[in-house]
Design a binder for this molecule. Structure first.
Ligand SMILES: Nc1ncnc2c1ncn2[C@@H]1O[C@H](COP(=O)(O)OP(=O)(O)OP(=O)(O)O)[C@@H](O)[C@H]1O
Ligand code: SF4
Ligand SMILES: [Mg+2]
Length: 326
């Protein structure tokens, strides 16, 4: 029997209840991460990247969020059906997440040592770890992210640290439990570019050393190109293309991906490339058929009515676009 991939997201659909109706944000997301694989997830602001990751970890606020369909399989077990005890194990040693804003991720009223200690204790749900061991593990975790004077840091509060140091602490917290999968959601984006670059390199070295699987979300395509094995491209709540990283950069096929590849390295909320005018659709009443059709230079009649299926265009290269119907 084939072993299941580490993570498999199948046809995930998430809505948000808001005044006036439902935002139909995730429209059937599919993605796979294998053991040890480094996967990139790219797409413009608001396309649903963070929503997908929070649904995987079951940390979406429900309500307003509603997971209306699909499966999230971690080692073949459906996260969406897990009991609290199983979810605790999943978040302890299965999946960790590093968020974009390190300030929001740390609690201002507890010391770094207390917060790191909690994470380490949480991951030993069997209780077989004493205070001395926790302190040693916490010191080790801070050393690994190249933070100087870890003894002093353990007794410091987040406000006493710079943004870059806080982001390193968040990475230390995420890796201290030795997760099998690390989700890095735009780590360091709130910091200046040089520090962000250092953080991404540090993160990359740590996950390569430990053979941790990774989903990296970043707007910096140069980083995706450098550190990932495969890339998923998301548009308005669907995966529109996926391919091995080299293939995707050499031969992007979905019209949106082509625009993305021509765009400036940093994307921001105001639309992607000069080549693709327009904005992400309104999720209250999203376009029927291919959600990209109002912006697509190649739109055909069928695109307006029917959601395109996924076509295989090469080895591990998949595109959800009628242009590639065989
Ligand atoms: N708590 C919420 N309540 C209502 N709508 C939400 C909520 N969280 C997300 N959304 C909706 O989901 C959409 C996708 O948001 P999400 O944060 O997943 O995007 P993203 O791809 O991570 O964007 P960014 O690159 O800016 O981080 C948003 O445009 C918003 O409409
Ligand atoms: S399916 Fe149609 S509208 Fe969508 S990207 Fe392809 S050609 Fe454009
Ligand atoms: Mg996000």
């Amino acid at each position: 029997m084939n072993t299941p991939p580490l993570l498999e997201v199948r046809n995930l659909q998430v809505h948000f209840r808001v005044f006036g109706g439902y935002l139909k944000v995730l429209d059937g997301v599919n993605l796979v991460v294998r053991a040890g694989e480094k996967v990139g997830l790219v797409g413009e602001s608001g396309c649903g990247k963070t929503t997908t990751m929070k649904a995987i970890l079951r940390i979406l606020p429900e309500p307003p969020a509603q997971i209306v369909g699909g499966h999230v399989l971690f080692r073949g077990k459906d996260v969406l059906k897990m009991r609290p005890q199983e979810l605790r194990r999943l978040r302890g040693r299965g999946i960790s997440m590093v968020f974009q804003d390190p300030t929001a991720a740390l609690n201002p009223v507890f010391t770094i040592g207390q917060q790191l200690g909690d994470v380490i204790r949480y991951s030993h749900s069997d209780g077989r770890v004493d205070a001395g061991q926790i302190r040693l593990k916490a010191l080790q975790a801070l050393k690994e992210v190249a933070l100087a004077d870890p003894e002093r840091l353990l007794d410091s509060y987040p406000i006493q640290l710079s943004g870059g140091m806080r982001q390193r602490v968040c990475i230390a917290m995420a890796l201290a439990t030795q997760p099998e999968l690390l989700i890095a959601d735009e780590p360091g984006t709130s910091l200046d570019v040089t520090i962000q670059d250092q953080i991404l390199r540090l993160l990359h070295n740590l996950v390569v050393e430990r053979n941790t699987s990774v989903i990296l979300i970043t707007h910096t395509l140069g980083v995706v190109r450098e550190v990932t094995d495969r890339v998923y491209v998301m548009y308005a709540g669907t995966i529109v293309e996926s391919a091995p990283t080299k293939v995707l950069f050499a031969n992007p096929m979905f019209p949106y991906t082509r625009g993305l590849m021509q765009s400036v390295p940093r994307l921001s909320g105001g639309g992607v490339a000069e080549g693709i005018p327009g904005r992400i659709p309104n999720y209250l009443n999203p376009p029927t058929g291919c959600r990209f059709h109002p912006r697509c230079p190649h739109v055909m009649e069928v695109c307006r009515h029917e959601k395109p299926p996924v076509f295989t265009v090469g080895e591990e290269h998949y595109v959800a676009c009628y242009l590639y119907a065989s």
